[in-house]
Design a protein around this ligand. Structure first.
Ligand SMILES: [Zn+2]
Length: 266
């Protein structure tokens, strides 16, 4: 019996370096990538996406993306992140935050965001995926591990296109990989809980997150937005957000500044 116990403890000690805790929720996660590996992957993928994209030439909207992003970044304690915020000209209804704080918003999602608080809801959620290292966790869990692991091992730029695609898929960005792309339910609800707190701390009315998901759901009628292929919208999400609203409102109302809904994006 004692022997089994000792073996158990030894095994746990061996496994521990591979486990981390998500800050803000305390959930344990399997993590085989170092922060550096993950951030390098994010950095490389971001460069590639920007090189293949057209940035918006609308100075007002670009500065709003930057402003909302900076306010969220300021309340997220990640000194090792090198934050970047860009607005990409595209019909795609999408937005993402890669490891290391590399954020992009596509102009196609602006009508659904509608205002700065809506943008803060999406950004808070995306930043939460990056802070909680959901992409790295997916790679570690063996989802897409073979291919994405290759990109980690050899570096994104030198990896085969398939490996690059798999690494992007781990961060919810893959388009052609044909494997599971959506974040898991657990990752989604964790990003939602952390995201409304970030938005509230940043000074934006957290209640807009509920309205945002209602608009997202309404838009999923004819042609489902790209955002929904990686962020399945459920009524459950809205119910969960509403149940956490009391705490988020307290944070919002006791904050130094309240921007409310902020500027209209239309
Ligand atoms: Zn998500």
């Amino acid at each position: 019996m004692r022997r089994i116990l000792i073996l158990g403890v030894l095994f746990a000690a061996m496994m521990c370096p591979a486990c981390t805790k998500v800050e803000g929720t305390g959930r344990s996660q399997l993590m085989l990538l170092s922060q550096n590996q993950e951030q390098q992957l994010g950095e490389d993928a971001y460069r590639q996406i920007l090189a293949d994209s057209t940035l918006s030439n609308d100075p007002r909207l670009t500065s709003i993306v930057r402003r909302v992003g900076e306010r969220i970044a300021a309340v997220v304690d990640r000194p090792n992140f090198v934050w970047e915020f860009n607005l990409i000209e595209s019909d795609q209804v999408n937005a993402f935050c890669l490891p290391g704080g590399k954020i992009a918003v596509f102009t196609g999602i602006l009508p659904i965001m509608q205002n700065e608080a809506g943008m803060a809801a999406v950004m808070g959620h995306e930043v939460a995926h990056a802070v909680a290292r959901h992409g790295g966790e997916r790679v570690s869990q063996g989802i897409l591990a073979n291919l994405a692991g290759q990109a980690v091992a050899v570096g994104f730029r030198n990896a085969s296109p398939a490996a690059q695609e798999a690494a992007m898929a781990a961060y919810g960005l893959g388009a052609n990989v044909g494997v599971m792309l959506p974040f898991s339910r657990a990752h989604e609800s964790e990003a939602d809980s952390l995201g409304i707190i970030y938005a509230a701390k940043a000074g934006y009315d957290p209640r807009e997150a509920v309205e945002l998901w209602r608009r997202m759901k309404a838009a999923s009628g004819q042609r489902p937005p790209e955002f929904l292929s990686t962020h399945p919208s459920t009524d459950r999400r809205i119910v969960d957000l509403q149940s956490q609203m009391g705490g988020a409102m307290q944070i919002y109302e006791s904050g130094v500044v309240q921007y409310g809904l902020g500027e209209d994006l239309r």
